[in-house]
Write a protein that binds this ligand. Structure first.
Ligand code: FMN
Length: 170
């Protein structure tokens, strides 16, 4: 029996979210799934894909355009398959603040994921454009790498457990 195929689709501008996607795919492979990590623009078809994990970095309160385009393009298919979502954003933003990465709701409502997690990301000033730097300073954004690898791996293991439980016929 062929292993279930899981596509981890990750929109990232400066690479931090891409690395989170790679770790999720790695963990799913360890759990026996045929998992790969790709960028939204690399996907040409979801045929033969059994489940999707879709993640994006949050910029100016929104998912990245490539992730939103992916949803516009594949939304009908995504709604019919097991789907998980994650956002990576600032660490330490007060709850309810406009920049709070948990406010990504409307984008996600349209695809109705089984679960959505918000992971702290990474922001290193030298990597940013001048414009990004000034936005980050205005928002008092904390600089550093806050990625929560244990939490991320545990979440991937939970996805694996859910897939095994809910799709036993595959
Ligand atoms: C210009 C700029 C704007 C940002 N806006 C937000 C935001 O509105 N909400 C949030 O949670 N994080 C925000 N962030 C933080 C990024 O989401 C975080 O650094 C993320 O890990 C970057 O991922 P990437 O390296 O994959 O692009 C912003 C970062 C920058 C540089």
């Amino acid at each position: 029996m062929a292993p279930m195929k899981v596509l981890v689709v990750t929109a990232s501008k400066h690479g931090a979210t891409k690395e989170i996607g790679a770790v999720i795919a790695d963990e799913l492979r360890k759990e026996g799934f045929d998992a790969s990590s790709v960028e939204p623009g690399d996907v040409t078809s979801l045929d033969g894909v059994d489940a999707v994990v879709l993640g994006s970095a949050v910029y100016m309160t929104q998912w990245m355009e490539s992730a939103r385009n992916f949803i516009s393009h594949y939304g009908d298919q995504l709604r019919t398959m097991p789907l998980w979502a994650f956002s990576s954003g600032l660490s330490g933003v007060p709850v309810g603040n406009v920049q709070d990465p948990r406010r990504i709701g409307p984008t996600l409502l349209s695809i109705n994921p089984i679960d959505h997690q918000v992971f702290k990301g990474r922001m290193e000033m030298p990597e940013l454009s001048l414009r990004e730097r000034s936005v980050a300073r205005l928002g008092n954004a904390p600089e550093g790498d806050f990625r929560e690898w244990e939490r991320i791996r545990t979440w991937a293991q939970q996805i694996a457990a859910d897939l095994r439980e809910h799709l036993p016929e595959r």
